[in-house]
Write a new protein. Sequence first.
Length: 194
Amino acid sequence: MKDSFFAKIRTYTDLSQAAESAWATLLRPRQYRKDEVFIRAGDIPATYAFVVEGLFYQHYVGPGGDMIVKYFFPENRIAASVSATLLGAPSAFTITAIEDSTVLEYEFAAFRALVATFPDIADFYIRYMEQHWIIDKEPDEISFRHDSAMKRYRDFIRREPGLHRRLKQHYIAAWLGITPESLSRLRRTIAYTR
């Protein structure tokens, strides 16, 4: 498992052997069953989880009582309630396993100590945050303000075909911010226009 973790880390930056060894000592394997919670809304999170196998989603209950999905964490992604962890504040979101999943967990405070000690780990941290919290996130934020549900759905299918096939319809609808019935209509429209 650690090999797959560090292979993914190296797609962002090279790590020295000393940095990799130090980080490896923090990693703890853990299994999550389907529907098991990793981070619960209201708790102050302290742990990040690299998804080795499986799938998680970050969600909350909207003002009308509907589930809203903020993000999906498939393999090779780091599941975390980032802002709550950084602030030491209660998480506004819950992160739950959609499938039986295997992760490598590490304590964020210990990781931050490594960031201060190893410039190559700091480089990874900057590159990861830039990619996933700015570059990837900004187009979605713009899309949710301006694009129709159909365009967002088509973009999701194009960008995430494997994830689209894995997810049940109600998860995709909750991510799009529509009802499962509305998603069914979108799917029928797409099938009809092919």
